[in-house]
Design a protein around this ligand. Sequence first.
Ligand SMILES: [Zn+2]
Ligand SMILES: [Zn+2]
Length: 170
Amino acid sequence: MKIEIRQIKPEGSEFNFSKSADELEISAEGVKFPSPIEVDVTAILTGDEIICQGEAYTEVEIECSRCLEIFDLLVKAHLQFVVQMLDTTKELTSDNEDFEVIPKTQTSLDISQRVREGILLALPLKPLCSEDCKGLCPMCGINLNESECDCLPDKTDERWDALKKLFDNQ
Ligand SMILES: [Zn+2]
Ligand SMILES: [Zn+2]
């Protein structure tokens, strides 16, 4: 995913990319990437600086942390960074990841790494198929979104609430 610097117009140019997770070397445990990673970035050239802003998104198949069902989730990462072009031929590094410095002789910006990190960071730590997913019964393991069981007959019992809370927090 390379932005050709000479193609950037001062008033801003849009760049679109689409690549598979494999091509971008994106992988995460328990997550499938059946669709390409789409990227829309606008780059603006002002003097010696390039201001880039946009987003990367894709739909993943991910496991619900409560009921363990696989569901589709739209994952979106915001991209925003500034690149400063300097009169130098030295290898340049910047501590600030939102501020990149490159030699003026460089002809393109590879944003693959930013897209990879953005998508991985946008993956939820505790994915939920729905906000009110009932999860699995802690006793018999049945999916409580699909059916009911008799393990704990009085579900309004306070002790059950406490147990459920404990289970949810795991
Ligand atoms: Zn669920
Ligand atoms: Zn049960």
